[in-house]
Design a protein around this ligand. Structure first.
Ligand code: 6PG
Length: 246
């Protein structure tokens, strides 16, 4: 796993440039680029930079397929919704003729489990089934102070029966606030060609240090550790506060 330690002032710009560059590389090789977006607060500054010149003009938005790594089981117009955050920070600001194909998690299903199953069908139909030939081109992720990533929380690996279960998407409650979450499992997330972690703030420093220094960490204890098994390129974009004493 590679890491790039950045000043806070250059964090969002550097990550945005890397995303523009990665999309461009994919589109020199393939007709379309699949980008799986992260929720939370950190990516917002990056998404805001992607929607304005010069970067907005450097992306062929009509050749992008956008997915979400996880979602909260709330209405799409709820401020807690990751879909709402991405529409608010990015999609609603793109030029009319420059719209990506968007595959959000449908949270109007009767339950989080049904929403997870429905999104699993979306991914399978896209070709991302376990035996499918497709993997995501780019996945963006964050981590929590507890080491969760997407909505894969510590001690919840039983929810998806481990990597061999064949599940692509699961539903699980947030361990503290109880909100039902829908999350992609490690299989579709960490089979991606490029995985970019966006981590900022000193509150993440201890967990970042553990992830990089404690070889015996288990993915069940710290789900972000699944990144160690990734076959694709993994880059941790860290601001100096999150990098701490690395
Ligand atoms: C979510 C994200 C979650 C997030 C981390 C970091 O839905 O909240 O998927 O995994 O990336 O919790 O969140 P911050 O960027 O807000 O610190």
């Amino acid at each position: 796993m590679k890491k790039e330690v950045l000043r806070q002032s250059e964090f969002a710009g550097t990550v945005a440039d890397e995303i523009v560059s990665a999309i461009g590389e994919v589109l020199t090789e393939r007709e379309r680029c699949s980008l799986c977006l992260s929720g939370g607060t950190t990516p917002g500054a990056v998404y805001r930079l992607l929607r304005i010149p010069p970067r907005v003009d450097d992306i062929e938005w009509g050749r992008l397929d956008l997915f979400w790594g996880d979602e909260r089981f709330v209405p799409a117009d709820d401020n807690r919704s990751n879909q709402h955050m991405v529409r608010d920070t990015l999609l609603h600001h793109l030029p009319p003729g420059q719209q990506p194909a968007v595959y959000p998690v449908c949270t109007e299903e009767a339950s989080a489990e049904e929403a997870a199953r429905a999104y699993e069908t979306v991914l399978s139909d896209y070709g991302l089934s376990p035996e499918g030939e497709k993997v995501f081109d780019i996945v963006l992720l964050g981590i929590g102070e507890d080491g969760h990533t997407a909505s894969l929380f510590p001690g919840q690996s039983r929810c998806f029966g481990g990597s061999s279960s064949g599940r692509l998407v699961i539903a699980a409650p947030h361990p503290t606030d109880g909100t039902d979450r829908i999350s992609l499992t490690p299989a579709p997330l960490f089979s991606a060609r490029r995985i970019y972690f966006l981590v900022s703030g000193e509150k993440k420093a201890e967990m970042v240090s553990r992830i990089f220094n404690e070889r015996e960490l288990s993915p069940d204890e710290v789900p972000a550790v699944h990144a160690r098994e990734a076959s694709g390129e993994v880059v941790w974009f860290l601001d100096r506060a999150a990098a701490g004493t690395l």
